[in-house]
Every structure is written in C-alpha cells, then in structure tokens.
Design a protein around this ligand. Structure first.
Ligand code: NAP
Ligand code: FE
Length: 367
C-alpha cells in the first residue's frame, strides 16, 4: 500500500516566472516577498518576481532580512509586518532558509502561537498560501510541507511539518543557481543526495517514493563529477531537478538519523546544513550495510559507485578537510539526535551509543 499526494503546482524551466506570471493571480492581490539579504537581488530571481507581479497588477512588500538557518525571532518579526500590511500570500525566494522562513511566516501571519505551538499546533486559522522560488539546488523545500527553524529554546533545529505549508506554486529556473559559489553548490547538492538516500532507507519509503529517490540518485551520480568545477547550466538544471525530486521523496518518507544528527552540527558548530549531512553519510551507510546490504548496494549502483569506501572518498573529496568534534560534543549531540522526531524513520534507528560511534568516526575526534 502507498499514499502519495503533492499539492504543489510545479513550473520548471528557463524563464518560467515570466512565462507563467499569471499563475500568481490565484494566490491573492498583495504579496509578501521573503528573501535573504543579498543573493536574490544578484541572481535575477527577485527582479523576475517583481516584474511578474507588476505585469499582473499585484502589489508587494519585500522582507529581505532572512539569514541562513532562520530563527523563530526572525519569522515572528516578518510575520508582524505581513499582518500589519494585510498581505494575501507569501513568496519565498532563495535557498532553503528563505523558503522555510516564508512557510513559517505564512503560519504566523494568521495565527497567534507561542514558540511551542508554532511547531506542534493546533493552528486555529488557515495559513496564507505560499509560492516558492528556489535559488539553491539542495533542500527541495519548494515541494515539502516542512519549515525548519533554529530553536533556541531546545538548542536545535525544529521542524514545522504541516500539509498547509506545502507551497501552492513552485517556480524552478536553474539560471538563478548559475553563480552559486562552489561551497554552496557542493553543500546543497550533498543535501539533495542525503534526502534521496535517506528517503530510500526510511521506514516510510514506498515503491512510489522510491521511483523519485532512484531517479534523483541516478541524476546526482551523473552530476557529482562536475559539481566542484563551475558546472554548466545543463548540470545546474539537472541538480535542481534532482533536488526537487529529493524534496518529493522526503515529503513522503521524512528524513532519518542523518538529519537528526546533522542538526546539532549546524546548531552548535555552524556547519552548513548539507555539509553536516555529508560528513555523516558514509558512516551511516556502513551502520546500515550490515542489515540492509541490498538496498545500499542499489544506492551505490545508482551513484555509479562500487563500495562504501568509494562513497566515503568521494564525500571527502567534495567536502574537504573534516570538521572536528570533542568528547563532550559527541555526548551532547548523540543525546539530542536520539530525542529527535525523525530518527524513528530510520530503518534501524541507532541507539545513543551507536549515534556516538557514528559521530566519532565521521568527524575528526579531538580530546
Ligand atoms: P541557505 O541558508 O538558504 O543559503 C546559503 C547561502 O547561499 C546564503 O548565504 C545565500 O545568500 C546564498 N545563496 C542562495 N542562493 C544563491 C544564489 N543563487 N547565488 C549565490 N548565493 C546564493 O542554504 P540552503 O542550503 O539552500 O538551505 C538550508 C536551510 O534549508 C537549512 O535551514 C535547512 O535546515 C533547510 N532545509 C529545509 C528542508 C525542507 O524540506 N524544508 C530540507 C532540507 C533543508 P543570501 O542569504 O544572501 O540569500
Ligand atoms: Fe536537508
């Protein structure tokens, strides 16, 4: 048995915002545009959206203060403005951070919630509709029902997971990703890889979600040799497509232990989200290989690799020198990961001791 639903209308291809501007009409008459501080102004995405809105007579307010790993305070401040300005819908433009922020703002613009309720509900009012324009190729947030925020109360990253925050519309134009710095290209591609790989190894994986995971892994396997060498627009488009497929996967399977563990590396050590996952992937595969050799063999085949050692070497080549971890960090991060919600999606959820071993083997252990 499987269940599958994707409420997002996906519009993919060069100049798709301009050519399909009229789609935005369905969301309302006044937009709240959410971006990071710089990149959306430089890569053409913000201008395309502004021109699209102007061409169909939709007014807008711009909020351009979202940072990487957005905080609860940031989305509250933005939602306050969205409410005062009486906007009808939210457009997130950027990497996963502005897209996730846009979703949280859509929740808070119509609901008075304390910090705990923000993640758990109940949500008395329907949310504002969201449109998403990704400018990195990694998170797949444009097609997921997740918004992941830095949560100072719990000292980790916490997800809002609710069908009401699936973007109604997603515009994917790889031209926006053309000038992504090498570091962001690699880290975000590794996040996409992590989504499809984890989704394939999730207890919630189905024959249908695996179609998306397998295609995504195959495309990422084709792209990996090129991602550290100023990829062509053709490769960029493949990465964006593979990342979207990875998003569709995790929308159905959830993420697993790798994401549970990676959140601490990001929250406490400031390691980029995709990099955090990438550092952990090889040891996670070794952990599951004992019981799920066939599945892992399939993943490696799709990536055009033969062994986990080869996979580990590729990750090392892409990510460069491994970050360090101390004994105290191993203890704290393993405790946090063991208590994370998504760890239960893992085919064989690691115990706290096993999580500690994966951390210790994945990073450079310093006493
Ligand atoms: P990001 O934090 O959104 O952006 C990283 C950096 O890249 C920022 O400095 C940003 O600059 C810059 N940037 C973005 N697009 C660019 C472009 N086209 N050209 C040049 N620079 C660009 O990174 P991300 O990896 O995409 O997103 C990570 C976040 O997504 C994390 O919070 C993670 O937890 C979350 N996530 C969500 C889901 C989900 O399903 N919702 C899944 C996985 C991860 P500006 O700040 O100036 O824009
Ligand atoms: Fe992720």
């Amino acid at each position: 048995m499987f269940r599958f639903a994707l409420p997002t209308k996906i519009i993919f291809g060069k100049k798709c915002v301009k050519e399909h501007a009229a789609e935005l009409h369905t969301l309302g008459k006044k937009a709240f545009i959410v971006t990071g501080k710089y990149s959306a102004k430089l890569n053409g995405s913000l201008l395309d959206i502004q021109e699209a809105l102007e061409s169909i007579g939709i007014s807008y307010i711009l909020f351009d203060q979202i940072t990487s790993n957005p905080t609860i305070d940031q989305v509250r401040a933005a939602a306050q403005i969205a409410r005062e300005k009486k906007v009808d819908f939210v457009i997130g433009i950027g990497g996963g951070s502005p897209l996730d922020a846009a979703k949280a703002i859509a929740v808070l613009a119509t609901n008075e919630l304390d910090d705990q309720q923000l993640f758990t509900g109940p949500y008395p009012q329907p949310f504002l509709p969201v449109a998403a324009v990704p400018t990195t190729a990694g998170t797949g947030s444009e097609v997921t029902q997740y918004s992941i925020l830095s949560n100072a109360n719990l000292e980790t990253k916490t997800s809002i997971a609710h069908n009401g925050i699936f973007p109604k519309l997603a515009f994917l134009d790889a031209r926006y990703t053309a000038k992504l710095p090498k570091r962001v290209t690699i880290h975000t591609a590794v996040d996409a890889l992590s989504h499809s790989l984890e989704g394939y190894l999730s207890v919630k994986a189905t024959t249908f979600s695996n179609i998306f995971a397998e295609k995504s892994l195959q495309l990422l396997g084709e792209c990996l040799p090129y991602i550290s060498k100023d990829p062509t627009l053709e490769i960029r488009e493949k990465l964006l497509y593979a990342s979207m497929l990875g998003g569709i996967v995790i929308a159905h399977t959830g993420t697993t232990a790798v994401h549970s563990m990676g959140y601490s590396l990001t929250y406490f050590k400031g390691i980029d989200h995709g990099r955090a996952n990438g550092l952990l992937l090889a040891e996670y595969l070794r952990f599951l290989d004992v019981s799920y050799h066939e599945k892992i063999h399939t993943i490696l085949q799709l990536l055009h690799m033969k062994t986990i050692d080869e996979f580990a070497a590729k990750m090392h080549h892409l990510l460069g020198e491994t970050d360090t971890i101390t004994a105290e960090e191993v203890k704290l991060f393993s405790e946090k990961a063991a208590g994370a919600a998504n760890i239960a999606n893992t085919l064989l959820p690691p115990t706290e001791q096993e999580l500690a071993a994966i951390f210790q083997k994945s990073l450079k252990f310093v006493s």
